[in-house]
Design a protein around this ligand. Structure first.
Ligand code: ADP
Length: 667
């Protein structure tokens, strides 16, 4: 842009005058002022007519005084409308005749008759001209009004760029009234800054008759505005240029909005390019259209999608990745952006479950979906990610769906280490529980071993007889085999209990599992003089779970109970193990469950201990580890159940856990 080199060729007003906004009164004079002016003119015309008549009647001037009625008509032409002019003309002609007839009679004085005729002809001619003039002026005013209706500012300037017409729009935009602007050198008035040299613009205007471009101008208040300017050259009938019509539209606001948009886009770009979060811009237009169409035809969209994996796969192929940021490129190992662009199908493995879930979220009208999944890097490696999809509100915006993703490889690794440590701890706790049970286990294994030895010796005795008693020997050997099998079963059970095997879900009968656990600690129970009561509800449904983990829970609870009753001497040491069905909403989470309770008649839990017994390393025992209940709780929760301690009506403590009947997955 360059500043207009032109200085004001007209005498410029003092700069202060630019800032003087014309008062409303100046721009639009009140109607009663104009009415007063008109009335005065009409009175003057009436007075003039009376004077002319009196002079005509009372004096003997032979000069055709009645011609002066033309002046009366001219005044009327400026102050009254068509009918008023005609009425005035009729009156003037009547006065001319009224003055003539009494003095000269009809056809008595030829020269007087001629003068009167000339006067009447003058009155008729001037009336006709006045009426035509009035009609033309009205037409012009109407056209000027039309120009005032437009919101654009329109002005006309002559070839020296002096304003000759200034519409209402120009008054509104620039703040100068028509009277102030007309006669002024326009480029100085508006301090116009042209995009190119003014001479070049004028040359184009002369050559083509038009020019269009953006101008920066300064309005009356000193504010600068940007206008979209259209110039048209008007030529006269001989083709000579006479004036320029300039139409300007204020686009300052549009410019500002555009600048704001550019700035916002720049900010978005900066975030997009530099953030440590992966951003993928995806086109979900085909998915949105297909889901909308489907929603009209299918009542149960969820069921439809579950039954039509081909449709889901087609949808995944139809999502295109339009743009990715640098972080995404490094996430999938793309050296250039083009390698990262493609369809969603390139990124996800075939049976990837979260895409289906995101479709359902979209179908439900949700605007945000997040999940955890694995994407395929270009190297073929799987990268675990946490992602969020923001769905737009309007269908037409689905061409730009933003997906944010974070690489959670490290978090996953940390989680795996944590699980491994937890498994180690669980193992350690099991070993320590077993350490406490050694006597009991030794007894368990010793019993069949002793029986084997006794039965073996008996068999030998029967065989060494002079007449061997084969039947007795066979019985003894059968007992050897039975006890050998029992011993190996016990060893196998202990081995299973001690292994660090990962959770193995299986359908189990909890009562059977509890009985097996009881066998393992039977000796311990007897040693402490504890009476065991089993209360199992008949017909309990099987649950799905890890046998060893759940057995560990029951053993832990029972060993704790037995140990707690070691100091109980004033009442029977009673250990009750209950298994019963539990309905929905009874603390088992959702649906049905089997509830196992282990209660004792020991000292019970102190209130402060009740809150802490499930915390790792909380123990009140000298040799205790304090991990038993913490691990039990983790195991039960991994089965979708709960483990808690409750108040007892009598003395002692009670622990309960639930395993949902519908649980399908463990660990
Ligand atoms: P540990 O047996 O190694 O102490 P646990 O986590 O199994 O670890 O138990 C934590 C604590 O909870 C025990 O030290 C004991 O104070 C308390 N506790 C557990 N069961 C009972 C019970 N049946 N009666 C009283 N206190 C108990």
């Amino acid at each position: 842009m360059q500043e207009s080199p032109i200085s004001d060729q007209q005498a410029l007003p003092a700069s202060g005058q630019y800032n003087r906004r014309p008062s409303v009164q100046q721009r639009y004079p009140p109607a009663n002022q104009a009415v007063a002016k008109r009335t005065i003119s009409q009175l003057m015309a009436l007075l003039l007519a009376v004077v002319i008549f009196l002079v005509d009647v009372l004096t003997s001037i032979k000069g055709g005084i009645a011609v002066l009625y033309v002046v009366v008509i001219l005044i009327a032409g400026r102050t009254v409308r068509r009918s008023g002019v005609t009425l005035t003309a009729t009156g003037c002609m009547a006065l001319t005749v009224a003055a003539y007839l009494p003095q000269h009679g009809l056809f008595q004085d030829d020269s007087a008759l001629l003068r009167a005729s000339v006067s009447l002809a003058a009155i008729v001619t001037s009336t006709a001209l006045t009426l035509r003039n009035q009609a033309a002026a009205e037409r012009l005013t109407e056209q000027a009004h039309l120009l005032d209706l437009t919101h654009d500012s329109i002005f006309v300037r002559d070839l020296s760029d002096i304003v000759t017409f200034w519409n209402r729009g120009a008054e509104e935009l620039y703040g100068w009234s028509r009277d102030e602007a007309v006669g002024r050198y326009v480029h100085a008035l508006l301090r116009t800054v042209f995009p190119v040299d003014l001479e070049a613009i004028q040359a184009e205007l002369i050559r083509t008759g038009r020019w269009e471009g953006e101008l920066v101008q300064t309005v009356c208040s000193g504010r600068t505005v940007t206008v979209e300017s259209r110039w048209a050259l008007r030529r006269d009938t001989r083709g000579e240029p006479v004036s320029v019509l300039e139409t300007n539209t204020d686009i300052s606001e549009r410019k500002r909005a555009h600048a704001a948009l550019v700035e916002s886009e720049r900010r978005y770009r900066t975030i997009f390019d530099t953030t440590r979060v992966s951003i993928l811009q995806q086109d979900w237009m085909p998915v949105k259209a297909a889901l909308d169409a489907l929603a009209n035809e299918t009542a149960d969209l969820e069921a439809y999608l579950a039954d039509h994996p081909d449709f889901v796969a087609r949808m995944r192929r139809s999502v295109t990745i339009v743009d990715v940021n640098a972080m995404t490129r490094s996430l999938i190992g793309a050296s250039v952006k083009a390698q990262a662009l493609g369809t969603l199908d390139d990124l996800l493995r075939e049976d990837e479950p979260t895409f289906l879930k995101s479709l359902l979220a979209l179908a439900r009208g949700e605007t945000f979906f997040e999940g955890e999944t694995q994407i395929r890097a270009l190297t073929g490696a799987s990268v675990p990610i946490l992602f969020g999809i923001t769905f737009p509100e309007h269908a037409e915006e689905f061409g730009c769906v933003l997906v944010f993703a974070v690489d959670i490889t490290e978090r996953k690794e940390a989680q795996e280490v944590l699980l491994a440590v937890q498994a180690e701890l669980a193992h350690a706790a099991r070993v320590s529980t077993l350490g406490e049970l050694t006597a009991s286990i030794a007894h368990e294994v010793n019993q069949p071993l002793a029986a084997i030895v006794t039965s073996g010796e008996a068999a030998l005795r029967w065989l060494r007889r002079p007449v061997p008693d084969l039947e007795e020997a066979e019985d003894a050997v059968t007992r050897v085999v039975q006890n050998g099998t029992r011993a190996s079963e016990i060893v196998a059970r202990i081995r299973t209990f001690l292994t660090k095997a990962p959770p193995r879900p299986d359908w189990l009968d909890l009562t059977e599992m509890i009985d097996e656990a009881i066998v393992l600690i039977e000796r311990e129970i007897l040693r402490h003089g504890v009476v065991l009561r089993r209360e199992f509800e008949a017909g309990l449904p099987p649950v799905c779970g890890d046998r060893v983990q759940l057995q560990q829970v029951v053993i832990n609870l029972m060993v704790n109970a037995v140990q707690a009753m070691a100091e109980t001497h004033d009442r029977p040491r009673l250990l009750v193990v209950r298994a019963q069905a539990q309905g929905a909403g009874e603390g088992a989470g959702k649906g049905e469950a089997v509830r196992v309770s282990v209660s004792d008649s020991g000292p019970g839990l102190a209130p402060e201990a009740r809150a802490r017994v499930f915390q790792p390393f909380f123990t009140t025992k000298n040799e205790g580890m304090g991990m038993g209940l913490a691990i039990c709780r983790t195991s039960v929760e991994a089965h979708g159940g709960r483990l808690w301690a409750s108040e007892q009506p009598g003395p002692g403590a009670a622990f309960h856990f639930t395993v949902p009947v519908s649980a399908e997955r463990v660990g």
